[in-house]
Design a protein around this ligand. Sequence first.
Ligand SMILES: Nc1ncnc2c1ncn2[C@@H]1O[C@H](COP(=O)(O)OP(=O)(O)O)[C@@H](O)[C@H]1O
Ligand SMILES: [Mg+2]
Length: 351
Amino acid sequence: MLQAQLLNISKQFAGAEAVDNVSMDIFPGEILAVVGPSGCGKTTLLQLVAGLLKPDRGSIQVAGRTLSAAGEVLVPPEKRGIAMVFQNYALWPHYDVFANIAYPLRIKGYSRSKQKQTVEELLEAVRLKGMEGRYPHELSGGEQQRVALARALALNPLLLLLDESLSNLDAGLRKEMREEIKRIQRELSLTIIHVTHDQQEAMAIADRIAVMNEGKMVQVGAVEEVYRFPRTEFTARFMGDSNLLRLNKDSPAEMKLWEMARPKVIEGGGQPLQHTPEILTVRSEDIKLDDVPGQLTGEIVERIYHGSNIEYRLKFMDRILRVKTPADKFFEPGQQAGFTIEKATRVRADN
Ligand SMILES: Nc1ncnc2c1ncn2[C@@H]1O[C@H](COP(=O)(O)OP(=O)(O)O)[C@@H](O)[C@H]1O
Ligand SMILES: [Mg+2]
């Protein structure tokens, strides 16, 4: 059974489709990341699921119960069994950690002893034992984030919605919290929709990824599948550093690269490429550089050191290619380098 299902959901603001005919299945116990650029409709989508907004069209089901259908909200937000964590945590500043986490339990009329027991379990789950007496301003950003998470989990939600909830943390903490969320999700068998504009974060945290652009869901699939086999130009650009090659007869570089890349396209079932695709993409890590000139030779024009890898700009005739190498592969700008294309993917042009 599905944990949640969206069917043909649309929402307009001032005549523009913020969410445009989105359908999506969410499986029990998975983390589904919804990614897309700022303004593509991610927050609107979550608010529709949470019941904070009313859809114009379509239906939403959670755990077999229909929450909204055909423009009607059938179940109000507080009765949906859905919890949401925002980017700015929204903790109560004058409540200590215990009172913040206990808040939803108190509203529901849980006894003092039941509140205490539940908060203790949650503090353990988010690793904040001993901090129940502190106030939000006495906590680090990461600790506040954990309190917000614990509070969201207090009522044992059927679905947890995270809206850019790691975006305010610095890089190190963000990485730590990704792992924490995964651990907590596993331990408590949670189902999570995690919204982010950061495709690296989405890949690190999720089981599946849903890519959104201009209100539309453009591709949904397992993390590796979306990364390795983007179907459209947008997804290819958004999910990683790709070189996009069009069959451009006016560009000698493009024609040569096309000829080299085409046989490297991996098709489902290992079949050779049947017809001419609109665009081929070659990921920056799928171009291999060589010290000596080869069948293809370019000139290194720029080197960007990232610590764990190096990114080069390689000039090949009239094109600049992006190439990513291991950190020990050193080339100097101005140097000639041979290169080969190891893998390519075909994608559909966006327009
Ligand atoms: N309450 C609102 N009123 C009018 N327009 C809105 C409202 N909320 C969002 N929008 C518009 O809807 C689009 C999607 O916004 P949003 O869902 O916040 O995107 P994201 O979370 O992906 O950045 C944007 O163009 C935004 O300006
Ligand atoms: Mg948003």
